[in-house]
Structure formats: structure tokens, C-alpha cells
Design a binder for this molecule. Structure first.
Ligand SMILES: C[S@@+](CC[C@H](N)C(=O)[O-])C[C@H]1O[C@@H](n2cnc3c(N)ncnc32)[C@H](O)[C@@H]1O
Length: 281
């Protein structure tokens, strides 16, 4: 057992709205990690799921092989981007915005990096309660839109990579722009990884018609189809690199389609996209 809660004292998460969606992404990762042919090695996600007193199937539906694989591949895409960056900047700080119960610190730690998780108070409380404390990993309760977290990096010259997995779509366009601009300005030589939903998905969420069994998907306010990612450069002149991150090849035909989606024009404009930004040094 690596997580903090014990099997006989399950933790009941008191979450609703956007923070409750962290249970959906955890559920998908854990269901994926449980498979013998999993695309993601994440035993902690399984432990977390078992430690929570939450009606996962009743609220979110039966485990879905598709959602689990997509979630596993998305996490792996972020992990690989962070690993590439810390390969060049081994003492960098990783800032994970809206991290929920992601366990990427334990998947990618090189023994030297520093980790700062910025999460809304209710998500931060759950994270601190369930996940083990670590001298190089901190949780900062607060909103990613309150840019004071930028001051928490002790030495930006050692490198900074900011991740925002499953977060930006819930923010307003002006808030996304401010976060990108502030990171570009404050973290020279830094990088950022974010994912986006295409407009047709966010439109449906605002109409209130998207749900996971009994969990209504909260309204998404910011959208971006992958083919429009170049526009992110306009947030700040120090955003000097913008590129698509390809999900690693997955399992079966679906896994192969997920991997190749950005090469197929019709999929490219209608699928979620993962993008990496680089900031001028
Ligand atoms: C879909 S979940 C993704 C969680 C995690 N990144 C993952 O992939 O499992 C969205 C997360 O964003 C967090 N969140 C939403 N708005 C936020 C904000 N303004 N500042 C920080 N975190 C926020 C929620 O609490 C939740 O943990």
C-alpha cells in the first residue's frame, strides 16, 4: 500500500461540479491500469479507487474500454513530455495545474525534480489526504487563475514545465490566455502541455446534454480544435514553439486510430488535442 488511506477507512469525497470530474479521470485511469494489457502502468490509481467511498459505476457508468484507453494514453502523453523536458533539465520544477488525483509524480520522478500541484481547495484537500507526502512534491490549494502560484517556483532558471491535463476547457478564454502569457513571461526556456476539446463538444456541454450515466459534464467554456493551435502564439511573443503531441500507439484498432487521429483531416478537426508550447530562453 503506497497511498495514505487504509483499506478499512474509506474516504468519501465531497465533490461536485468541475472538481467531481477528477473522479471520472481517475476511474478511467484505474480501470485501464487494472487491465493485463494496459497502456499505462499506474498501480497507485487502482489503490486510490479502492480507497474511495464513491459509487463509481452508479454515477459514472460501467468501465469503458475506450474511455479508459484514451485516458491512459493521454496521461502517458503528458508523462513523456515531462520526461523529455526533465531529461534536459533534471532539477526542473513541474507545475501540475488542476491535477486532481493524478499520480504522474510517482510515474516520472527522477529523484531530483520538484513538483507543485495547484488544485482547487476541495481537490487539494482530497489529494493531500490520500497521497503520500513527499519532500519534493507540494500541493497548493487555490485556483490556477489566481496567478500567485507563479511565485512559488524557487529557481525558475533550473527549468519549469507546466501541465494542465483536463483543465483548460473549464476555464474562460481570457483566463487561459492569461495563464499562457504569464508562464511565457515568467519561465524563459520553459514549456507547457495542455489539452483541448473541439468546439462541438464544448457547445454540447453548455447545452447541458452531455453526461456520464448520472454525472452531468460541467459546462466547458474554452475550446480549440488541434488544427487551430498555432493561434496560441498570439497569447505572448515569448511563445516560440507550438506543436501537436501525438498519443502513443494504443491497443487494437481504436488505439491505432487514437495514435493517428492528428494525421487524418476529418478526425483532426473533431477530436480532442494535446499541445506543447515552448517559451523563449
Ligand atoms: C477533469 S479533472 C482532471 C484532473 C486531473 N488533471 C486528471 O487528469 O486526472 C479537472 C480538474 O481541474 C480542477 N480545476 C478546475 N478548475 C480549476 C481551477 N480554476 N484551478 C485549479 N484546478 C481546477 C478540478 O478540481 C479537477 O481536479
Amino acid at each position: 500500500m503506497t497511498i495514505t488511506a487504509q483499506a478499512d477507512e474509506k474516504v468519501r469525497p465531497e465533490l461536485d461540479g468541475v472538481p467531481e470530474t477528477l473522479l471520472w479521470t481517475l476511474y478511467n485511469r484505474a480501470c485501464e491500469a487494472r487491465r493485463p494489457d494496459s497502456v499505462l502502468h499506474d498501480p497507485m490509481a487502482v489503490e486510490l479507487l479502492d480507497a474511495l467511498d464513491y459509487p463509481f459505476e452508479e454515477r459514472l457508468g460501467a468501465p469503458s474500454a475506450l474511455f479508459s484507453q484514451v485516458q491512459g494514453l493521454r496521461s502517458l502523453t503528458y508523462d513523456r513530455a515531462v520526461q523529455r523536458y526533465i531529461g534536459q533539465n533534471p532539477e526542473a520544477t513541474v507545475i501540475a495545474l488542476g491535477e486532481g488525483l493524478e499520480t504522474s509524480f510517482w510515474r516520472v520522478d527522477n529523484g531530483r525534480l520538484k513538483w507543485l500541484s495547484v488544485e482547487l481547495p476541495e481537490g487539494a484537500e482530497l489529494r493531500s489526504r490520500l497521497l503520500p507526502a513527499h519532500s519534493r512534491a507540494r500541493v497548493l490549494p487555490g485556483s490556477a487563475t489566481d496567478l500567485r502560484w507563479l511565485d512559488e517556483v524557487a529557481d525558475p532558471s533550473k527549468g519549469v514545465i507546466v501541465t494542465a491535463q483536463g483543465l483548460m476547457m473549464y476555464l474562460r478564454p481570457g483566463e487561459v490566455r492569461s495563464i499562457l502569457a504569464a508562464c511565457a513571461e515568467r519561465f524563459p526556456g520553459g514549456a507547457m502541455v495542455l489539452d483541448s476539446m473541439p468546439p462541438w463538444v464544448t457547445r454540447l456541454t453548455r447545452k447541458g446534454v452531455v453526461r456520464m450515466k448520472n454525472l452531468p459534464v460541467p459546462a466547458m467554456n474554452w475550446s480549440m480544435a488541434g488544427e487551430r493551435r498555432e493561434l496560441l502564439r498570439t497569447a505572448h511573443p515569448a511563445i516560440t514553439e507550438v506543436h501537436a503531441l501525438t498519443m502513443p500507439p494504443g491497443r487494437g484498432l481504436r488505439g491505432s486510430l487514437i495514435h493517428h487521429q492528428h494525421r487524418i483531416p476529418v478526425f483532426r478537426s473533431i477530436s480532442p488535442a494535446v499541445t506543447q508550447l515552448g517559451f523563449a530562453g
